[in-house]
Design a protein around this ligand. Structure first.
Ligand code: SAH
Ligand code: SF4
Ligand code: F3S
Length: 468
């Protein structure tokens, strides 16, 4: 038995990083590392980083400054804190991290963490830091150990696809995660079954372009995400399936049809569009127009009328005019979102858009546009939430609430819901009646089985459109 050591992982960025952090813990468990709640006194600290916007990347360096002090404390007590920078900043900046922060022991990217045991050995025994930012020919998924029974609760992430070949001109992901790769169906199904055996009832399939999934099926043919989801829906005990993040161009008929056919497939899809202006979409290399996006949404809603949408928007992309931005607001109004994220464009080193000289939008203009789009999106979110009041929804209770007797969970539409409910309902999908709506959460009461009728969808969109 390896001696017990404390491992603290801080995760930045997207859900793929959350999944990766869990798998890093799995890889390190046989070496005696056990998850810790805080970095103080830990034997190893891993920062699993995000490079998507400048702020996210810079935060890593300020966190490293603080960790340096903890590392010194540990050393003064005769111990050693191994410090690692993983993830997308590690992949993008590599050796530069060790130059700026020479006390870092290991720098490794998203595709090499299955090699952590040997990296740790080298870092602890050898002199100087370990840098491992290759894109190895082998897939880490073939070499990772089985997940070590995660105490993660009833909802879990499962990476099925990784990387991106789309090269949007603003985005670092194709450089930090590498080329698109889909895990074979058999591997995904085996991991899904293990998770369900551990008590998971909701799976979120992950990928940078999850609906570009093209894994090898049991029949040797290439399966799309629609087919994969159908297969997963047959797993007994798996009550909810979600997937994120999708690209509008990869939303094919089979996946859309699955939304109509499978009650397990939740009626909430994150479908980033970035902009409503065709001129800007072209400059972004998105390879779809605003109307293409409108049509995709129309087809999805035809298959599943209560489908709710989320999205990502970038304001202030180089060359974006007031007219372009007005087109974005028009698209938001046309679609009607249940929620969405919006960001100021952030120039990322090495991406084509960062070099669009003289076309960068002033910061003050970006601020104004961000505020305007957020105001509109917030109003839509409030409207969507309000429209669920009085309806019966299912909620997957996944946490204990702050108030005594309260449980927290998510509706099919990813709304945060709280209700007074006995603890035995934790980990269960339970019908509730929504009693109150707030901007970011809903209050509800559990309905007894006698009073449940078919869960109603919110009459949300009509109400929402009237509001904005
Ligand atoms: N694969 C997904 C999104 C990946 S990144 C997709 O194709 O849509 C998550 C979000 O970050 C993006 O949707 C985009 O809105 C935002 N983003 C990416 N690069 C950015 C940049 N340079 N500046 C501001 N926001 C950015
Ligand atoms: Fe980035 Fe575009 Fe790929 Fe999404 S599709 S990860 S935004 S390059
Ligand atoms: Fe960030 Fe990398 Fe995810 S850049 S958003 S952590 S893929």
């Amino acid at each position: 038995m390896a001696t017990k050591k404390k491992l603290f992982i801080k995760t930045y960025g997207c859900q793929m990083n959350v999944y990766d952090s869990g798998r890093m813990a799995d890889v390190l468990a046989p070496l005696g590392y056990e998850p810790a709640e805080a970095p103080d006194g830990a034997d190893m600290v891993i920062l699993n980083t995000c490079h998507i916007r400048e702020k996210a990347a810079e935060k890593v360096y300020s966190d490293l400054g603080r960790l340096r002090l903890l590392q010194k404390d540990k050393a003064s007590q005769g111990g050693r804190m191994v410090l690692a920078v993983a993830g997308c900043v590690a992949q993008a900046e590599g050796a530069e991290i060790m130059m700026r922060a020479p006390f870092v022991d290991m720098v490794f990217g998203p595709q090499t963490y299955h090699q952590l045991p040997e990296m740790v050995t080298r870092a602890v025994r050898g002199a100087g830091g370990v840098i491992n930012i290759d894109f190895p020919a082998e897939s880490k998924f073939d070499l990772l150990p089985e997940e070590a029974g995660r105490p993660g609760g009833p909802s879990a992430f499962l990476s099925v696809q990784e990387g991106c070949d789309k090269f949007c001109t603003f985005c670092v992901v194709p450089y930090t995660r590498g080329a698109e790769y889909s895990r074979p169906v058999s591997q995904v199904l085996a991991e899904a079954r293990r998770l369900v055996d551990q008590g998971v009832v909701e799976l979120t399939l992950l990928g940078q372009n999850v609906n570009a999934y093209h894994g090898e099926g049991a029949d040797g043919r290439v399966w799309g995400l629609g087919r994969l989801v159908r297969e997963l829906a047959a797993i007994d005990g798996l009550e909810r399936i979600r997937y994120t993040t999708s690209h509008p161009r990869d939303m094919d008929d089979d996946l859309i049809a699955a939304h109509g056919d499978l009650p397990q497939l939740m009626p909430f899809v994150h479908l980033p569009v970035q902009s409503g202006s065709d001129r800007i979409l072209a400059a972004m290399n998105r390879k779809h127009s605003a109307d293409d996006y409108r049509r995709v949404v129309e087809r999805m809603r035809a298959a599943r009328p209560d489908l709710a949408l989320s999205s990502d928007f970038i304001v202030g992309f180089p060359g974006e005019t007031d007219q372009d931005f007005a087109e974005t607001l028009r698209l938001v109004t046309d679609i009607g979102y249940a929620q969405a994220y919006s960001f100021k464009y952030s120039a990322r080193p090495g991406t084509p858009a960062a070099g669009m000289e003289g076309r960068q939008v002033p910061e003050t203009v970006k601020d104004e546009r961000l505020q305007a789009v957020q105001q509109l999106l917030n109003a839509q979110q409030v409207g969507f939430n309000a429209a669920t009041v009085g309806t019966v929804q299912t909620v997957l209770f996944d946490r204990i609430g702050k108030k005594p007797g309260q449980l927290l969970g998510r509706s099919p539409f990813m709304q945060a819901v709280h209700a007074l409910a006995p603890e035995r309902l934790l980990g269960r999908v339970v019908p509730v009646r929504i009693t109150e709506a707030h901007a970011n959460s809903l209050a509800a009461e559990v309905v007894t089985s006698e009073s449940v009728h078919a869960p109603a969808a919110p009459a949300g969109l009509a109400a929402m459109e009237a509001q904005v």
